[in-house]
Every structure is written in C-alpha cells, then in structure tokens.
Design a binder for this molecule. Sequence first.
Ligand code: NAG
Ligand code: NAG
Ligand code: NAG
Ligand code: NAG
Ligand code: NAG
Ligand code: NAG
Ligand code: NAG
Ligand code: NAG
Ligand code: NAG
Ligand code: NAG
Ligand code: NAG
Ligand code: NAG
Length: 453
Amino acid sequence: MRFITSILCLIATTAQVIAAAEVYTCNATVSCPEEYPCCSQYGQCGTGEYCLSNCNPIFSYEYDACLPEPVCKDISTKFDNYTSKVANINTFLGNASEADWLYTGTVLDYDDEGSMILAMPKNSGGTVLTSSRDVWYGKISARLKSSHLAGVITAFIVFSGVQDELDFEWVGADLNTVQTNYYWQGLLDYHNSANISTNDTFDNYHTYEIDWHEDYTTWSIDGVIGRTLLRNETWNETLQAYKYPQTPSRIHLSIWPGGNATNAPGTIAWAGGEIDWDADDITDPGYYYAIVNEINVTCYDAPSGTSQNGTESYIYKNGDTFLQSDVMISNKRFYLDSYEGTGLNITAGATTSSTASSSSATSSTSHNSTSKESSTSHDSSTSVTSSAYHNSSSTGHSTASITSVSKSSSHSSSGASRTSSSNTSSRLSSANSGSLMSFNNIILFFSALGLLL
Ligand SMILES: *[C@@H]1O[C@H](CO)[C@@H](O)[C@H](O)[C@H]1NC(C)=O
Ligand SMILES: *[C@@H]1O[C@H](CO)[C@@H](O)[C@H](O)[C@H]1NC(C)=O
Ligand SMILES: *[C@@H]1O[C@H](CO)[C@@H](O)[C@H](O)[C@H]1NC(C)=O
Ligand SMILES: *[C@@H]1O[C@H](CO)[C@@H](O)[C@H](O)[C@H]1NC(C)=O
Ligand SMILES: *[C@@H]1O[C@H](CO)[C@@H](O)[C@H](O)[C@H]1NC(C)=O
Ligand SMILES: *[C@@H]1O[C@H](CO)[C@@H](O)[C@H](O)[C@H]1NC(C)=O
Ligand SMILES: *[C@@H]1O[C@H](CO)[C@@H](O)[C@H](O)[C@H]1NC(C)=O
Ligand SMILES: *[C@@H]1O[C@H](CO)[C@@H](O)[C@H](O)[C@H]1NC(C)=O
Ligand SMILES: *[C@@H]1O[C@H](CO)[C@@H](O)[C@H](O)[C@H]1NC(C)=O
Ligand SMILES: *[C@@H]1O[C@H](CO)[C@@H](O)[C@H](O)[C@H]1NC(C)=O
Ligand SMILES: *[C@@H]1O[C@H](CO)[C@@H](O)[C@H](O)[C@H]1NC(C)=O
Ligand SMILES: *[C@@H]1O[C@H](CO)[C@@H](O)[C@H](O)[C@H]1NC(C)=O
C-alpha cells in the first residue's frame, strides 16, 4: 500500500482541529501558494517542518522550497532504552546531528527485549519512525516483530519526497506472509506486489533487509533473498524512463490502521478486514504494537556521473523530471533556524523567533495561553499511556511480553514515553500564521516539562 495512504490515517485523527484553521492542501493537481510554499508528505502546505523530511518538490510552490536532504550516513542503531534519543518530527528543524531517528505517534521503551515499541492506541493513526537522513542507494536491515490481527499494518519502507517507494509490509491477519512492493513517483500500480513466506512475524524477530542499488533491489529475510527487482524490468517506453525508485529517500517504520472503518473499502480488504478496536491488545497493554530491535544502514556511493559540488546534501538540479540524473550532491544547508523558514528563504523568522523566546513578557503571556491548550493534549496522551500500565495483569503471551513495559513506564511518567501531542499544533502553525505564536509557545511549554529533546 502506498505510504501516503498510511499518512492519511495519521492526519485523520487530528482532522477536526485542522478543519478549524485555513489549510492549503497540495496534490498532483494543486500546488502550494507562495506564502506556504512547501508541500509536506501529509499533502498540506506550510513552512518550517513542512519543508523538511519528504517535502514533495513536485507539489510545492517551487521545487527548491523543499530543503536539501542530508546525505546518507552509515548507522547501526540498537533500540535499547532509546526513546529519549528519538526526536519529535513535528518540532524538528532538520539538524540531523541531533538525532538519527524521528517519530510521530507513540514510542515506548521495552526493556525486556532491549527494543522499542511503536504503539497504536485505540482510534489513533498509529506511529511512524523516520530516519533523519536520506539513503541514496544503500542496504537497510531491520530486526523487528510485526504487529498482528486483522486491519493492523506494520511497514518498513524507503520513501522519497517525490514518492518513490520500496516496501516491506505485514498484514496482521497473515503472520506467515510478508508483502513487498514498490512505487515510482507515487503512481498506483497493482502489479508490483510480491509475497515472501516466513514464520510467525509477531512471535519471532526476523531480520528484513532492503538492498537498494541503482540497477537492482533485493528484499531478504534472515539473509535469504526472497525477491529481486531489476531496474531493467521497469522501463516505460512512453515515458522513456525507468519506473524504478531512484531518488534520495528516508527510511520509515510504522504501524497504522489499514482496516479502520473510515478507510477506502479496497484498503480495508487489503488490510485483512476491519480493525477490532476492542481487541485484547487495546485493553492490555493498551495499544496494538510492533517492536523494533535494531536497524543497520550501509550507504552506497552515488551513481557514477552524479554532479557534485559538495558532500553534505542531496538537491535537485531542476524542477522538471525528478529522476536519478536530476539529483546532485551539494553543501547547501539542510536545516532551518525557525518554523517560518523555507528553502526559498532559509533564514526567515530566525530573529523573530529568538526574540519571542527570549522575551520574558512574551513567554509568560504565551505560557498562560498555551498551558490550557497543551495540557489538554498532554492529558489525553497521558491517559492513553496510563491506561496501558494500569491493566498489566498478565494472561497469555502478548500480555506477558508487554508487562515489562510497565517497568519502563516509570520512565514514561518522567518523560520517556513520547507522544505526538503537539502534532496538531505544528500543522496549524504553518497553515495559519495566527497560531504560529501559540505553537512556538507549546514547544516552550513542553521543553519546560522535559518532554522534548
Ligand atoms: C487536490 O486538492 C484539491 C483541493 O483540496 C481537490 O479539490 C482535488 O480533488 C485534489 N485532487 C486530487 C487528485 O486529489
Ligand atoms: C536509559 O537511558 C537514560 C539516559 O539516556 C539513563 O539515565 C537510564 O539510566 C537508562 N535506563 C536504563 C534502564 O538503562
Ligand atoms: C546541530 O546539532 C549538533 C548536535 O547537537 C550541534 O553541535 C550543532 O551546533 C547543531 N548545528 C546547528 C547549526 O545548530
Ligand atoms: C477510524 O474510524 C473511526 C470511526 O470508526 C473514526 O472516528 C476515526 O477518526 C478513524 N481513525 C483514523 C485514524 O482514520
Ligand atoms: C547490524 O550490524 C551488526 C554489526 O555488523 C550485526 O551484528 C547485526 O546483526 C546487524 N543487525 C541487523 C538487524 O542487520
Ligand atoms: C500475498 O498474500 C496475501 C495473503 O496474505 C494475498 O491476499 C495476496 O493476494 C498475495 N499477493 C500476491 C501478489 O500473491
Ligand atoms: C522461524 O524462523 C527462524 C528464522 O528463520 C528459525 O530460526 C526458526 O527455527 C523458525 N521457527 C520455526 C518454528 O520454524
Ligand atoms: C538490462 O540489463 C542488462 C545488464 O545490466 C543490459 O545488458 C541490458 O541491455 C538491459 N536491458 C535493457 C532493456 O535495458
Ligand atoms: C507507461 O507509463 C504510463 C504513465 O504512467 C502508463 O499510462 C502506461 O500504461 C505505461 N506503459 C506500460 C507499457 O506500462
Ligand atoms: C552547487 O550547486 C548548486 C546547484 O547548482 C548551487 O545552488 C550552489 O550554489 C553550488 N555551490 C557551490 C559551492 O558552487
Ligand atoms: C526572508 O525572510 C526575512 C525575515 O522573515 C525577510 O526580512 C526577507 O525579506 C525574506 N527574504 C526574501 C528573499 O523573501
Ligand atoms: C498568567 O498566569 C499567572 C498565574 O497563573 C497570572 O498571575 C497572570 O496574571 C497571568 N498572565 C496573563 C497575561 O494572563
């Protein structure tokens, strides 16, 4: 399933709040206006974080409104006691040195297995873990346990701003099959999917690897290749192009409700049927979950012939075709100073926002006006979290495996349980300048509580 479909689920949970503000949407037919020039992966126009991480240059006001993407870096991450190192994507301004991984949704430490939980509480849109840098060809391997039950999707994908995509997907209704898929520039194509068999993906850790080369890709499970895609096979005579994923991409791991009742019937059928929001997992531990133990990233060299006048970031040379040959490596900056910045004016708002945050008058006003707003969202996330921990009487496998989370939940009450309670505000901030102040102040408020990095 296209990653974009799962992202729609994430924003569905905040739809009523977004509806209150003026929001510009962007898609293949409507680009963003100059004032809010960046088209986010959520299909909404804005500035700041909208211009980072999977900003879509095709649907943006101008292709270079999206910021350059930080180049690939080899990493090996053990997700052991890791939640405090994951940055909230909605408040991250792009400095990839600050964090290797970003999240939206709910992540929890799972000490018993030295792993991290991606959680999907009742009626939520789930959780996405995203790399802070791109891969432009490389090998990515993830050791994980999928979620389970009908309608619950776990995914490990590679996804670019122009929606090139390589997927591993687990449909919770069939734990012995892993689906693989690929897309080129987000075009729907129902013939690109293929299955690989394995044993119970919920009970067992397996290592899933996407080995993405310029001219072929393999999908492997536990070191055994289950699928090979040749770029050659994807040639389209009409377009005179390979419909092969070929642009700098982020790594995403996610859990999302493919079987939510409001999704398209085809999506629900693919997801194995409607999700049961009253399943045992929702009572105890309090959420559906996938568990990630380790991810390794090995970067490959850029294709020969790639234009290069630096070493720091990937940029597009022009706004025309967005193919491999349009990508170059530069030293252009890939981070912002403020939520008002864009690729077209990278320093916009820099002075304003530092003045605002250093002015005690402003921040005390804002503190009052936001504490009500932000404590609402904080409370709702806390209640999700605490209901998870109050119900940890153990019966059966899944209960037992999650009971130890209640141990790590003692960290969560001190700030290690990280949720997307500020999501809504960050989207509003860019879509509606009237709420920009309150968004920055919510950040100050959460920083003060130690809830952000
Ligand atoms: C693009 O967005 C516009 C405005 O929201 C909407 O009217 C149109 O149907 C969308 N087009 C597509 C292809 O989704
Ligand atoms: C988790 O990491 C934090 C610092 O990041 C440390 O203070 C804490 O002791 C660690 N907890 C465990 C159980 O290792
Ligand atoms: C980026 O983050 C690193 C690590 O926190 C820090 O040392 C560096 O100064 C930051 N760069 C900028 C431009 O803020
Ligand atoms: C899931 O469906 C319910 C209605 O059954 C709806 O209220 C909720 O917003 C939907 N959630 C998502 C994430 O789409
Ligand atoms: C990551 O790399 C380390 C060191 O080479 C290796 O021991 C580990 O098995 C790898 N993990 C995965 C998930 O590939
Ligand atoms: C993959 O397996 C699922 C069942 O888990 C099935 O519905 C689907 O048709 C299979 N896809 C392919 C391409 O064989
Ligand atoms: C499941 O797969 C793993 C890894 O491939 C293997 O070690 C294990 O023996 C398998 N278990 C069963 C019951 O087949
Ligand atoms: C496919 O790849 C092979 C080997 O890389 C090459 O010799 C051949 O010409 C390619 N065919 C097409 C149609 O591109
Ligand atoms: C080539 O791509 C176009 C545009 O996406 C599509 O309509 C056409 O069916 C493709 N041709 C083949 C042979 O797949
Ligand atoms: C590198 O190339 C880009 C794109 O043409 C340009 O914007 C940038 O200024 C160049 N940098 C240097 C140092 O020449
Ligand atoms: C960039 O933003 C700054 C401050 O917001 C503004 O003063 C400046 O005119 C903008 N520059 C351009 C080229 O729009
Ligand atoms: C902010 O709250 C404090 C105490 O809650 C109150 O004394 C003060 O008057 C409030 N300031 C404003 C501007 O509302």
